[in-house]
Write a protein that binds this ligand. Structure first.
Ligand code: SF4
Length: 196
């Protein structure tokens, strides 16, 4: 893997982030981090123009790692992975930082703290991005079977639920009988019946 060339993209999300976090300052500081060769902000990074900005920077600056500081990865990680893939970069070379839900939204009235936290998160993300390696997908045949370890009530129920899906289940219990703690109770609330 060649030397890391990291690009950092800090999103305004309109005013969602930029209304609290000093996005320009975070971007400026990010540009001074080791191996960061390009840092930029965008109004809406997930928009078509925002993604194009990333792809152009990958080509222009020879980026081989990308950090996007924006919203939760749950929301747009697939978007940015696809964006990287389209410009020939392995999607695993993306690192996302959540500076919206994790910073601007939870520290709405504390802009200085929100900015400091965003900066910390970006620094950590860049440090991680510098060590990222490309991952490749491999497919293996799998056996449609499961093993449940522990034949207590939870184990028995889990085994039954899996079996209901049509899969073979191996239920493994170290003791001589099933039932676990439940099998040792002579009464259970509310019926006060024997547990078994
Ligand atoms: S990438 Fe996330 S934070 Fe940025 S504009 Fe899109 S939704 Fe907002």
């Amino acid at each position: 893997m060649p030397e890391p060339r990291v690009g950092v993209f800090v999103c305004h999300c309109g005013t969602n982030i930029a209304g609290t976090v000093d996005v320009e300052q975070v971007c400026r500081l990010a540009g001074s981090l080791p191996d960061v060769v390009h840092a930029a902000t965008a109004k809406y990074t997930c928009s078509e123009s925002g993604q194009k900005q990333i792809q152009q920077a990958v080509a222009e600056y020879g980026l081989n790692r990308v950090v996007v500081a924006a919203c939760s990865p749950r929301m747009h990680e697939p978007t940015f992975k696809a964006c990287l893939e389209q410009c020939g970069l392995n999607p695993s070379l993306l690192e996302m930082v959540n500076i919206r839900e994790g910073c601007s939204w939870v520290h709405l009235r504390e802009p200085a703290k929100a900015t400091a936290k965003a900066w910390d998160l970006v620094r950590m993300a860049v440090a991680k991005a510098r060590l990222l390696e490309p991952l490749t997908e491999r497919r293996f045949p799998i056996k449609q079977a499961a093993m449940v370890v522990g034949g207590g009530i939870a184990g028995i129920q889990a085994a039954l639920d899996i079996a209901d899906t049509g899969r073979k289940v191996y239920l493994v219990e170290q003791g001589p009988c099933l039932g676990g703690i439940m099998a040792q109770l002579n009464k259970t609330y509310p019926t006060m019946d024997c547990a078994i």
